[in-house]
Design a protein around this ligand. Structure first.
Ligand SMILES: *Cc1c(COP(=O)(O)O)cnc(C)c1O
Length: 492
């Protein structure tokens, strides 16, 4: 499979190169265009296990790994790590469905992909005969960082440095990261928000001098953010898996379209749904759900992407993003692979903070996407109601999805089955979740965890419960223009 940079014809890569590089030399994102070649026969998936479906679907996208290699890699990646053999179970909640993506080791959906990525990277190194140490640099809004640390710690031939926004993640998220074990890991706060941290990381990648410096030290920089196609591919699989579950349970017939509602930040998860659709999954609408940082809602409705707006810290911090990196891949796909257009729009975004997509592209987008947003009050209201009415406990990100599902059903119900993607365990955000069902909320995240458990009886994931016993290992905090220095220091 050929992957194209979204910004110029000059840069193509096969799947192993795309995984290893993470981002193209021109700053573009590696994207496949020939989805016919990646078509999946859904009937053939119906009697496969979750691991088999993953190997099949990921293998279609990253086709330069052999099927045997892929199968072995996926089996090893998920072996014993998830709470259920299903990996990503589907729960019925009222008339709708929740696709639980948070049953992995760090209790967020990022585990689905970040369990696989380190193995893809080391396999790609072998295929390409690369001896350099791979240095993973990652900006996180809370969940990616921990999932990446968990995936990469002590993986031979790799190191990882994670930057998170100071004060921008929950107590539990912070505790998860700063207590991370492993000899090849570094964790550092950045004085700024997630976009600052992400921009800082992107700048390090784009810095030629920095890359030369890394090469001279036998290192090669790569990314665990969803700009890496190796992050995106594993996420495509669970759309197929969920669909198969619905067919097998008699909730839909094979070939019936389904709506997927996706709590969105960097546009990675929902783009994986678009990949699935282009690979043959019957998708009615992909509903993009945003919190108060609703830049994507406005974009899908108006065609104007305008990041020049107030940034809100919300109860769904993993979606507090104003620059959704993976939208670039969608612009590329929806424009039929128009490099010049995408490069121009991205230059506008960088220089002016705003761009306007052509109407033809927006028509294509609106055929397949719908959008809505829900602020904290609406999300917490949804948590409370769904708990009381259905006995189902959602986290704050999933709740944004649920609230937007309700808007979608009220405004444009198309009659098809709806699946809300659930992206985190409620216990990662215990204080906010608890506040939705009672007025009396303990100060500490861990106190809230206990109380939430006592009230609801929903089990606390073992790894989260164990966190409070652990000592922090990392207390570093840097200015946003000091990130490069920090990386150099860690690599010495
Ligand atoms: C990362 C994340 C999201 C947003 O996913 P994107 O792929 O960035 O759109 C939503 N919810 C949670 C809990 C997350 O960790």
């Amino acid at each position: 499979m050929v992957f194209y940079s979204t910004r110029s014809k000059a840069h193509t890569a096969d799947s192993t190169e795309a995984v290893l590089k993470g981002i193209a030399p021109d700053g573009g994102l590696y994207t496949p265009v020939d989805f016919e070649q990646m078509r999946v026969d859904i009937g053939a998936l119906l009697n496969m296990s979750a691991v088999e479906i993953s190997a099949e679907v990921i293998g279609k996208i990253l086709s330069d790994f052999t099927p045997e290699q892929m199968r072995a890699l996926i089996e090893a990646a998920y072996d014993g790590k998830f709470e259920t053999e299903d990996l990503t179970p589907v729960e019925k909640v009222g008339d709708d469905f929740v696709l639980e993506l948070f049953r992995g080791p760090t209790s967020a959906f990022k585990d689905v992909a970040l369990s696989v990525l380190p193995r893809l990277i080391t396999a790609a190194k072998d295929v390409l005969g690369v001896k350099d140490e791979i240095v993973i640099l990652t900006a996180t809004s809370g969940d990616t960082g921990k999932a990446a640390l968990e995936g990469f710690h002590d993986v031979p031939g790799t190191r990882i440095v994670v930057f998170y926004p100071d004060g921008g993640v929950s107590d539990v998220q912070k505790a998860q990261m700063v207590t991370q074990a492993g000899n090849n890991v570094g964790v550092c706060a950045v004085k700024g928000n997630f976009d600052d941290a992400q921009t800082g990381v992107k700048n390090i990648f784009a810095d030629d001098e920095q890359n030369r410096w890394a090469a001279e030290n036998g290192a090669r920089l790569s990314s665990a953010n969803s700009i890496n196609i190796g992050r995106l591919a594993p996420q495509v699989a669970y759309y197929f898996k969920a669909y198969c579950d619905l067919v097998l349970r008699g909730e839909i017939r094979l070939n019936d379209p389904v709506n997927f509602v996706v709590p969105t930040g960097n546009f990675g998860d929902i783009l994986a749904g678009e990949f699935a659709r282009r690979m043959g999954l019957p998708v009615a609408k992909l509903v993009c759900a945003s919190n108060a940082n609703n830049v994507l809602t406005d974009f899908i409705r108006t065609g104007v992407y305008d990041r020049r707006r107030e940034f809100y810290k919300t109860a769904s911090p993993s979606m507090d993003i104003l620059v959704s990196s993976n939208l670039e891949r969608y612009l590329f796909l929806a424009s039929g692979g128009d490099f010049e257009l995408v490069a121009g729009l991205m230059a506008d975004l960088r220089d002016k903070g705003v761009y306007t997509a052509p109407e033809s592209l927006m028509q294509e987008m609106r055929d397949h996407f719908s959008a809505g947003c829900a602020d904290d009050a609406a999300a917490l209201d949804a948590i409370g109601r769904v708990w009381r009415e259905h006995g189902y406990l959602m986290d704050t990100h999933t709740a944004v999805g649920w609230a937007v599902l309700e808007q979608f059903k009220a405004n444009e119900d198309n009659g098809w089955v709806n699946v809300v993607l659930s992206t985190a365990s409620p216990y990662k955000f215990s204080r906010d979740v608890l506040s939705a069902i009672t007025d009396d909320v303990p100060e500490s995240g861990f106190g809230a965890m206990d109380k939430l458990n006592a009230i609801t009886g929903v089990p606390v994931p073992a790894a989260l419960a164990a966190l409070r016993e652990k000592e922090p290992r990392f207390t570093d905090c840097v200015e946003k223009d000091e990130m490069l220095e920090y990386v150099k220091e860690r690599l010495k």
